[in-house]
Design a protein around this ligand. Structure first.
Ligand code: NDP
Length: 298
């Protein structure tokens, strides 16, 4: 096991580990083992969501880990089939029940729904109440643009602690990171290794794999580290929280072994230069129950 993961401090004073394990697309049958392995290897932050259909398995791993609940940082997310005030309260309860927890450390709205932003705002107001009741230690959002954040902040009380967004060497989100810094919002990267371009490539004949890019592999060779470790270190140098996914024990271990080296400013800049400005995931402007009709059963 490695030393405890360094933390950064969210805008409400809560400490959040800078690295965590995500479980999107981790099959339920493999999720418990992956999370147990991660916790045994020193991970303290786990990221799931109502829509991943594996909150129960995350909860099982937490209970099996033998680690005090207070040492763990558990994030889950409300899916937009539960947007609206009362719906969000039911959705939040569903998350806690499936996880088997009485509070979460971070609760996020999974997506903005630009075509029904009133329901998005109403859901956020409901989770503001969960924050004040201590059932979430911090609240935030995911996949929000500057405009979505601005509209939300105009209509609500609590500035989101976190915005979890697609962010990797090919999509570095610099303007959004600057907006976050101005407003005290922590940037959290999903697909931090650039996995989205590999498992869902825009062009299957021209897969963009950040872990095979010469700029990354040459830095990895210099440090005697792996490409994944270099990319994760790049997030850390930027002060970005990274939530990586793996179900393979050797990779779970590899991915947290990143606290014994640093990148130089030139190395960070070389990876920054890979930005294409093009996201691999869906455009958050376009998501709603018509374009993505998934419903979470509570
Ligand atoms: P990642 O960038 O973490 O890539 C994951 C992929 O990389 C998997 O295929 C994994 O395979 C592979 N991988 C992991 N470690 C290594 C390694 N060391 N070397 C080579 N390959 C490796 O992307 P994800 O899109 O999975 O995102 C991570 C997390 O972010 C999710 O689990 C979820 O928690 C969150 N997320 C949030 C979203 C949102 O809308 N808020 C959207 C998407 C993700 P294997 O498992 O076989 O090791």
């Amino acid at each position: 096991m490695t030393a405890p993961t360094p933390t950064l401090t969210l805008n409400n004073g809560v400490a959040m580990p800078i690295l965590g394990l995500g479980v999107f697309q981790s099959p339920p049958a493999e999720t418990t083992a992956a999370v147990e392995t991660a916790i045994a290897d020193g991970y303290r932050s786990i990221d799931t969501a109502a829509s991943y259909d594996n909150e129960r398995e995350v909860g099982e791993a937490i209970r099996a880990s033998g680690i005090d609940r207070g040492e763990l940082f558990i994030t889950t997310k409300l899916w937009f089939s539960d947007y609206g005030h009362d719906e969000a309260l039911v959705g939040f309860q569903g998350c806690l029940r499936r996880l088997g927890l009485d509070y979460v450390d971070l609760f996020l709205l999974h997506q903005p729904v630009p075509t029904d932003f009133d329901a998005t705002v109403a859901a956020y107001k409901a989770i503001e109440a969960m924050l004040s009741e201590g059932r979430a230690r911090a609240i935030g959002v995911s996949n929000f643009s500057e405009r979505h954040l601005g509209n939300l902040m105009e209509r609500t009380e609590v500035v989101p602690a976190v915005n979890q967004v697609e962010l990797h060497p090919f999509f570095t989100q610099r303007p959004l990171r600057e907006f976050h810094a101005q407003h005290g919002i922590t940037t959290e990267a999903w697909s931090p290794l650039g996995g989205i371009h590999v498992y869902r490539p825009a062009d299957p004949n021209a897969v963009l794999n950040a872990l095979e890019h010469p700029s990354v592999t040459s830095i990895a060779e210099k440090h005697g580290k792996t490409p994944a470790q270099v990319v994760l270190r790049w997030h850390i140098e930027h002060g970005v929280v990274a939530i990586l996914k793996s179900v393979k024990p050797h990779r779970i271990r590899e991915n947290i072994d990143v606290f014994d080296f640093e990148l130089t400013a030139d190395e960070v800049a070389a990876i920054d230069a890979l930005d294409t400005g093009v996201r691999g995931g869906p455009d958050p402007e376009t998501l709603n129950m018509t374009t993505y009709p998934k419903t979470v059963e509570n």
